[in-house]
Design a binder for this molecule. Sequence first.
Ligand SMILES: [Mg+2]
Length: 184
Amino acid sequence: MKRRAVLLDRDGTLNVNPSAYVTRLEEFEPIAGAFEAVGRLCRAGWSVSVVTNQSGIGKGLVTSAAVGEIHRECERLAAAHGGAFDGFYVCPDLPGFGSELRKPLPGMLLAAARDHDYDLFRSYTIGDSERDLVAGRAAGTTPLLVLTGHGERTRRETDHPEDRTFASLAEAVDWILTRAAPRG
Ligand SMILES: [Mg+2]
């Protein structure tokens, strides 16, 4: 049976979005309650993957090794709350280079669904930027906006529905868990 999933943006959703790129682990600052929320999702039976544009790699500002180190830290933080990620999908491409993976295109979400047998039409995408919402919708998921990171700006600049808008990942996860079961 296909699995229901929550596809998470990284910067601005799981961790504080800095002014520039997160180039190394020391710059990685989790948002309060974010990894605890990942743990709650997993313990309730939801699948969770991270889907992140990291054009800093393509620009030579961030190394793949540093990204890997940050994602191991994400795994550690999730595990501390009983959670685990199925995968980390990273697009290193710069904007405007015809990438099929870079959000707002849904390529990474579709890859995650293929790899882990997700039922995208019964899954959610959560992010702070318009491109997360667009990619999530294009993949067939229900997109949820969080107001952390660039979320306040996204709320002003899009017509994303208020009843799909949440203060943070923790609130978005509360809503998913009270509303929908991972199966059935
Ligand atoms: Mg983001």
